[in-house]
Write a protein that binds this ligand. Structure first.
Ligand code: GAL
Length: 630
């Protein structure tokens, strides 16, 4: 078992060489093990085409390793140098309005551009040749945060040409494509693949089949881009390969990218996320302003443990205020420690704080580090040192197998963005709310892809999966809660007939769907409501729950339940609680802000609340962590 360790993200190219050695010694003194470097350093490595400057990087690696640190080397492909644009003027991505995105920040490339991909192969080959067998490089990161700044989808010429080839491969003939997409609908038939454009700038919405095909293509381009690097690195090194993913980023299939890597790492910015991407009421956002949402980090730890097939790291951990959210408050004292321990309890092998020293120039000057710009300690440095010393006292243990599995599917996010049918039908929110409900019951959760191995779980929850893989229900051993919108589209975004959900053994059909504006909830007889989304169901399956108007709300056959709506909190908690009771899964309703995670040896408690909480006779302060052996 890989021991739990800490690290930080460091940019030697940002600092005078004279301070590197002292920085490295301080990192080691703080108890850090890992240092990630290089992921934005292309211009310093290659200031002009073919002119390679390795000397500074050799020395930086040497200085860090001499202090006993293990280096994670990033490939620098998220920041192509300015000269790259002179070689490949058409490599930039194009937005949905048809505007070319410009140079001057980062991620300025289109995943479909073959010329840029070759340049990436070239620089990764050079890095691999130079450092692949260097034992000081203990892990490799490909690029950085695929998808960040909305960069997966591009409407460039390269994307259009690539999409035409992709369509030719997928459909074989243009007649088959016309059939699959239902192009007869508005006389949209094509006569050849060369006539196919990208699904933007259409007069009204494009054909959803066209839009969905382009989403699949765009995700495949990310997989291709990453694989181009891993193929080179695999031959060059035996060190583990990882990519560094984001929070709430669904534009590409992370499970597919993850299959080419050894570890999934991600960037945990709890306070930034609460401000700009967590569904929560204003009151809840105020309560957790300085702690972050109590379930958002855990959701991603569990998701990325799934993406990494058991191996998960946090590559960037928020240490203080960030710079990029609408508002950027500072963490409560203790949170930089709590977040790290929560990650470890959810199976993280490494937690690295971003960044070592706050930058006094560039775009992120308001982003805290472990050090202030004047090198004095920032508040999180003490907390990192505390975690480091606690790590030496607590033996590493893997996280316990989940009590429950939650299925998360990227293609469903694309499907429901393509045809939401209601402005607030958001797939992430649906999955996240079910996760929150399970976690508030004190459960350990594993997150799996739809084709993952969900056998052996007493309960599997799979909300909103647009197209379930064949035989999904047959592979389950326990109860399964499906719906709403399960199997509501086939892979070409057509409504299947017989009508959904078309699950073997469950005689149930969705005969009508309604999306509901706020305030128009549909009450359920046993309490709570369907909100946002409600379906009319028919069929001979058992009705196990009704709406107050008498219509079926949940149908059941054997262990499979189909829920015809989006449950509000009251309904969700009642339904999940009942299923856990039936499945013999012990639950425990946790007070708001208190959360738990079991490892193989301990139960960890995390208090996200801004006030102390008492659990099993122990009082945990605000931002406190408690671990108790099983
Ligand atoms: C991440 C990114 C870092 C830095 C950080 C700021 O998205 O990987 O390079 O920008 O955010 O919070």
């Amino acid at each position: 078992m890989t021991p739990r360790t800490l690290g930080t993200c460091y940019y030697p190219e940002h600092w005078p060489e004279a301070i590197w050695a002292e920085d490295a010694r301080r990192m080691a003194r703080t108890g850090l093990t890992w240092v990630r470097i290089g992921e934005f350093a292309w211009t310093r490595i290659e200031p002009a085409p073919g002119e390679l400057h390795w000397d500074w990087l050799d020395r930086a690696i040497g200085v860090l390793a001499d202090a006993g640190l293990k280096v994670i080397l990033g490939t620098p492909t998220a920041t192509p140098p300015r000269w790259m644009l002179d070689r490949h003027p058409d490599m930039l991505a194009v937005d949905a309005e048809g505007r070319t995105r410009g140079f001057g920040s980062r991620r300025h490339y289109c995943f479909s551009h073959d010329g840029y991909l070759d340049e990436c192969r070239r620089i990764v080959t050079l890095l691999g040749d130079r450092y692949g067998r260097d034992a000081r490089i203990a892990a490799w990161q490909t690029d950085n945060e695929y998808g960040c700044h909305d960069t997966v989808i591009s409407y460039s010429d390269a994307a259009r040409n690539g999409f035409r080839r992709w369509c030719a491969d997928r459909y074989g003939s243009v007649a088959a494509l016309n059939r699959a997409w239902g192009n007869v609908f508005w006389s949209m038939d094509y006569g050849s693949f060369d006539q196919i454009g990208l699904p933007h700038l259409t007069v009204t919405e494009p054909n959803p089949a066209h839009a969905m095909a382009f989403r699949r293509y765009s995700s495949d381009m990310v997989v291709r881009f990453n694989r181009a690097q891993t193929e080179i690195l695999r031959a060059a090194t035996d060190a583990p390969l990882l990519h560094n993913y984001m929070g709430r980023e669904l534009a590409f299939d992370h499970f597919a990218v993850g299959r080419d890597l050894d570890i999934a790492s991600w960037d945990s910015y709890p306070i930034g996320f609460l401000s700009d991407r967590t569904p929560a009421s204003a009151a809840r956002k105020a309560r957790f302003l300085r702690q972050g949402d109590p379930d958002m980090q855990a959701f991603h730890h569990d998701l990325y443990r799934g993406v990494g097939r058991g191996r998960m790291w946090v590559m960037e951990q928020q240490p203080g205020p960030v710079n990029w959210a609408p508002h950027n408050p500072a963490p409560l004292p203790g949170m930089a420690r709590l977040w790290a321990w929560e990650a470890f309890a959810h199976g993280a092998e490494v937690v690295a704080y971003f960044r070592w020293r706050q930058a006094p120039f560039g775009q992120e000057q308001h982003h805290a580090g472990l050090l202030r710009p004047d090198s004095a300690p920032a508040p999180a440095l003490t907390e990192a040192a505390q975690v480091a010393s606690e790590l030496t006292e607590l033996p590493t243990a893997g996280c316990a197998r989940g009590d429950v599995a939650l299925i998360v599917d990227y293609a469903s996010a694309w499907a429901w963005e393509t045809q939401p049918q209601g402005r607030d039908f958001d797939y992430f929110e649906l999955a996240f709310e079910m996760y929150r409900g399970l976690r508030a019951l004190g459960l350990n959760i594993d997150i799996l892809p739809p084709d993952g191995d969900a056998s052996g779980y007493g309960l599997v929850v799979a909300p909103g999966i647009a197209t379930l893989p064949d035989g999904f229900a047959a592979r389950l051993d326990g109860l399964a809660l499906l719906g709403p919108r399960t199997n509501a589209r086939d892979t070409e975004m057509a409504t299947p007939v017989p009508l959904p959900p078309a699950l073997a053994g469950l005689d149930a059909r969705v005969t009508m769907v309604e999306s509901l504006p706020p305030g128009a909830d549909r009450p359920l007889a046993p309490g709570g409501n369907f909100t946002r989304w409600v379906e009319d169901l028919e069929g001979d399956a058992d009705t196990v729950e009704r709406r107050s108007d008498g219509a079926a709300a949940i149908l059941r056959a054997g262990r499979v339940l189909y829920m015809g709506g989006w449950p509000d909190e009251t309904a969700r908690d009642r339904i999940l609680g009942g299923l856990c009771r039936e499945a013999g899964i012990g639950t425990r309703r946790l007070p708001d802000g208190l959360r738990l995670r079991d490892t193989e040896t301990h139960r960890f408690w995390f208090n996200y609340a801004p006030e102390p909480v008492t659990v099993d006779g122990a009082t945990i302060p605000a931002a406190g962590v408690l671990w108790v052996p099983h």
